[in-house]
Design a protein around this ligand. Structure first.
Ligand code: SIN
Length: 191
């Protein structure tokens, strides 16, 4: 079950004395940028794969019926495309609350499309966090997403917004598109 990571993240003072830092988003942070940012650019990180393996008890599900949201799973040779935001360190405070269900700030190299790199932060939910659900057959993940709903809305909206945002970035990922196809088939009125 859930374990609030807000205070743990606030101990991470790495960028406190910087004017700005890069935050890499790969899930809702791609399509729901409801925080102030100075600039945003598509970026990727290497060695990670996006997977719907993290439980959501607070946004897209409930403690009794958690939803599933994205996290990153280490995989040598893989790359994950997302959106990088240049933000002020103060912006991390509300983001720590938004990402409190198991995500921890993690330092990572970011690669931009023009070949430049920067060290940034991403919120990572590792396999040892209390809300981690892990791998499951795609049909089972799709059924869970199709059924779950939480204070931030239906779980399927998270998945379908991510699918759209990735398409806008020119990214096609079978894990996301296969899940979206299955969820649409389960909820045809939301296709
Ligand atoms: C992210 O989007 O980068 C983290 C996971 C989420 O908030 O969906």
């Amino acid at each position: 079950m859930a374990h609030d990571t807000t205070e743990q993240n606030r101990q991470m003072t790495h960028f406190d004395d910087h004017d700005a830092l890069w935050l890499f988003g790969y899930g809702s942070l791609i399509w729901k940028a409801d925080f102030p940012y100075l600039e945003r650019r598509p970026a990727r990180i290497h060695g990670w794969r996006r997977r719907f393996w993290q439980g959501s008890h607070d946004h897209r599900g409930t403690p009794e019926a958690p939803g599933r949201v994205a996290t990153l799973v280490a995989e040598p040779g893989a790359a994950c495309q997302g959106m990088a935001y240049r933000i002020s360190p103060a912006t991390l405070r509300p983001l720590d609350v938004r990402e409190k269900n198991g995500y921890l700030r993690e330092l990572t190299p970011l690669h931009f499309d023009d070949g430049t790199t920067a060290t940034g932060l991403t919120y990572l939910a590792t396999a040892d966090n209390a809300a981690f659900l892990g791998a499951a057959p795609l049909d089972a993940i799709a059924r869970q997403i199709a059924a779950a709903e939480g204070p931030s809305g239906p779980n399927r909206d998270y998945l379908l917004h991510l699918e759209t945002a990735l398409a806008e970035l020119g990214v096609h990922e079978t894990h996301v598109s296969d899940l979206a196809r299955r969820v649409r088939a389960l909820n045809p009125c939301h296709a």
